[in-house]
Design a protein around this ligand. Structure first.
Ligand code: ZN
Length: 225
């Protein structure tokens, strides 16, 4: 199964991607995670990016700029060539715009593979603002929680050096910042919806307040593939 996850920040697509990754035993590929790792000077075991590319990415990341589409697609190509992608993968956070979508299509064509579906989680903006303002982050272990729906478990606390005692609201999750990120999503990324609809790949699932309902709808939609 080769999937692209589409959805606004806070739509819950990362949560679904993580779950589907386990369910289908295929990796969840988040370019954001890969870039952050490269910035720390780490490369996933099995990736074969050149030192120049790694240095270039880490210097772009350190300057706070966005990694260009060209470099991003190079990273994706390197990542999907790894053996754990043989049965598929889930792209989360890429593509973000039409040029990236087109570049991805060229890349897949070059390797003679196709996407099975683009799964969009559709959640109203107001619900996202509300959800993200309840999100909390633990600096000590890097896990993200939610005051309403997902507080640290005993196991989380046991695995955290600070027992997840200091949970903070990230700047990114503050309502005014979330509204800006949503505007960017609507202005740029959302153009991928008609793009993939034309390819007959788009599956839209309404992200609901109750996670179990969303899971059920996602699973039903993917079962039809
Ligand atoms: Zn913690």
């Amino acid at each position: 199964m080769r999937l692209v996850m589409l959805g606004a920040p806070g739509s819950g697509k990362g949560t679904q991607a993580e779950r589907l990754s386990k369910k289908y035993n295929i990796p969840q590929i988040s370019t954001g995670d890969i870039f952050r790792a490269l910035k720390r000077g780490e490369q996933l075991p099995g990736m074969t990016l050149s030192k120049e590319t790694i240095d270039e990415i880490s210097s772009i990341m350190n300057s706070g700029n966005l990694v260009s589409d060209d470099i991003t697609i190079k990273v994706i190509e390197n990542r999907i060539a790894m053996s754990d992608c043989q049965n598929g993968f889930i792209l989360d956070g890429f593509p973000r715009n039409i040029p990236q979508g087109e570049a991805l299509d060229r890349l897949l064509e070059k390797h003679n593979i196709k996407l099975d579906a683009v799964l969009e989680l559709d959640v109203p903006d107001e619900a996202i603002v509300e959800r993200l303002s309840g999100r909390r982050y633990c600096k000590a272990c890097g896990k993200t929680y939610n005051l309403e729906s997902n507080m640290p478990t005993e196991e989380d606390r046991a695995n955290c050096p600070e027992h997840c005692e200091n949970l903070i609201l990230r700047d990114d999750d503050k309502p005014e910042v979330v509204k800006q990120r949503l505007a960017t999503y609507h202005d740029v990324t959302e153009h991928l919806k008609p793009y993939y609809k034309n390819q007959d790949k788009l599956i839209t699932v309404i992200g609901r307040k109750n996670l179990e309902n969303t899971i059920k709808d996602v699973d039903e939609a993917l079962a039809k593939l």
